[in-house]
Design a protein around this ligand. Sequence first.
Ligand code: FES
Length: 275
Amino acid sequence: MNGKKKEKAKVLSQKMIAPDIYDLWLESSLAETAGCGQFVGVYPKNGAMLLPRPISICQVKKSGDMAEGCEALKEPGISALRLVYRIAGKGTAEFSSLKEGDEVELLGVLGNGFPVEGSKGKKVVLMGGGIGIPPMLQLAKELKASGNEAVIILGYRDNRLFLKEDLEQYGKVVIATEDGSVGTKGNVLTAVKEEGIEADVIMACGPMPMLRAIKAYAEEKEIEAFISLEERMACGVGACLGCVCKTTKKDHHSHVNNARICTDGPVFDAREVDI
Ligand code: FES
């Protein structure tokens, strides 16, 4: 894993893209070592909240990359991270008021991401549900860059399809909505069955019931699956133990079958975790 560091990041832009969901671009050198499925800790300014809030990385712009998605990125050589998050408490509510030019403290890059290299030559299907959709963007982008274009299944509540157009640049997008207003009525697995989508490997992020269903589906079909359990994180830095889950592998420090999602994950082989 890359060494983590704390640094001040400058807000390049922020907008609301769905109710309570914000799209934030930050100028940050952490982008240089960041990859898909990883996350950063964002510190609230309110001193009563000492721990950072973990937010997954939606998109990475390294200094040598082409500018995309945000006017301020046009400056040559800029390194930036895009975070798309939902307001889930006081910390994230504070972040939603950040404006262009503001500074915010980050800790990163944290966590282990998806195995892009290991999926060479395999049929990859991405599944993102709700606020698990943002990490699918950088993942789809890295897969395409490695010559492996994925089928991307997105599960939304209704017709507010945030990030859909961004994702369409990197693979075939299939939509499922809970209310049936767009695409398949149901969840990502309903869409898999209805559309007859086949996979050698599934990579997914979303709410726990969705990930449980994907784990069961992958086991039944004997498909490899990698799931990001980021929804279960609290502090994101190994301090609160709020993210412990049972695993099939023993932790080499404590010799118990436990893993901390924030430090051992958030991405796991679905067969190795008990969720
Ligand atoms: Fe706090 Fe993992 S989220 S220890």
